[in-house]
Design a protein around this ligand. Structure first.
Ligand code: NAD
Length: 330
């Protein structure tokens, strides 16, 4: 199988190159992101392989179909960046539903601890021998209320971690899971009673801008909000207004609505034209990271393995256990 691998970074090759040899796949590594301008590069390949900030819209699906490309191999769990409906009966979409939920949950806690206890600022200060504590006061997490939105694999891993801090954990999910050390409540109750809120639901038409002006106004003053799920869950302008009004103790964003083309790239020498992102960076209580919750050795190895197993199953007519179906599309 010939695979056009978009958005290649050096850390992708470490895992994919040796494993592709095991399966006998011919991978063409392309640095460019997959978009309307670069889709022509898929010609001559059996499949394309994409990540979270690539996209495939309906017109691109038609182009891929004409090029006789059989599959879109997602190196991610989320598939909001592909027009699943347009791909029906044309191209198979295969994803990596789970690789290391703990990687993302552990990173979420790292973000929460950082925005709360400001260790990133302390690090910079002490390197300059500025040993002042002014402005570095945080809160105890112990016995505070944590609200988890979305109790799938990552949400459940997060609940386990939050319980380790002896927090009172409440959660919301339209499809509750059994046996969790957390109390399911309504979304409204979660917004009103949480000291920290962590987002772990997928981005779909129900969850887009689940954090908006109305829900921000329901939250406790001084709430901590962490989003390691998808940027579109938060209405950025409403978040900025909430930050300006001093409603948040801290905000950790590993994902951002308009991250495509900026996240994963070195843009340090460029003029940043996204005013909202630039504004977010100016708040002392906001921490932005570049969609890296997944980024552990264990997760990268598992992503490569499942992606290539998906391709192997397709090539050999085996059951496609990780196929994205239109029933779960948004
Ligand atoms: P999952 O499918 O196991 O769980 C998602 C949960 O969200 C499910 O229980 C589902 O019922 C629930 N849900 C659906 N609609 C909801 C709604 N309206 N309100 C609340 N909950 C709702 O997925 P997961 O593996 O736990 O991943 C969660 C999300 O994390 C993914 O969708 C992806 O966007 C994100 N993610 C981010 C990174 C990163 O690097 N930052 C890595 C992997 C995944």
């Amino acid at each position: 199988m010939k695979i056009a691998f978009y958005g290649t970074k050096p850390y992708d090759r470490i895992w994919f190159e040796p494993m592709a040899k095991e399966y006998g796949f011919d991978i063409h590594f392309i640095e460019a992101a997959c978009n309307q301008e670069t889709i022509f590069m898929a010609k001559g390949h059996d499949a394309i392989c994409i990540f979270v900030n690539d996209y495939v819209d309906a017109a691109m699906i038609d182009e891929l179909y004409e090029m006789n490309v059989k599959a879109i191999l997602l190196r991610s769990a989320g598939f909001n960046n592909v027009d699943v409906k347009a791909a029906e009966d044309k191209i198979v979409i295969l994803r990596v539903p789970s690789y290391s939920p703990e990687a993302v949950a552990e990173f979420t806690m790292a973000m929460l601890l950082t925005v709360n206890r400001l260790t990133h600022k302390a690090y910079n200060r002490t390197r300059d021998f500025n040993m002042s504590l002014n402005g570095l006061m945080g809160i105890d997490l112990y016995e505070k209320t944590a609200g988890v939105i979305g109790t799938g694999k990552i949400g459940q891993a997060m609940i386990r971690i939050l319980n380790g801090f002896q927090m009172h954990v409440i959660c919301y999910d339209p499809f509750p899971a059994g046996g969790l050390e957390a109390e399911y409540v309504s979304l409204e109750k979660l917004f009103k009673s949480s000291d920290i809120i962590s987002l772990h639901c997928p981005l779909n038409s129900d969850t887009r801008h689940i954090i908006n002006r109305e829900t921000i106004n329901m939250m406790k003053k001084g709430v901590y909000l962490v989003n390691t799920s998808r940027g579109g869950l938060i209405e950025t302008e409403a978040l900025i207004d909430g930050l300006l009004a001093g409603r948040f103790g801290g905000v950790g964003l590993d994902v951002y609505e308009e991250e495509e083309g900026v996240f994963y790239e070195d843009r340090s020498s460029d003029i940043i034209t996204d005013d909202n992102l630039a504004r977010l960076m100016t708040f002392p209580n906001v921490l932005v990271t570049s969609h890296m919750g997944f980024f552990t050795r264990e997760a990268m190895r598992a992503i490569a393995r499942t992606t290539l197993e998906n391709a192997y199953a397709l090539e050999n007519g085996l059951p496609l256990v990780n196929q994205v179906g239109t029933e779960s599309a948004t």
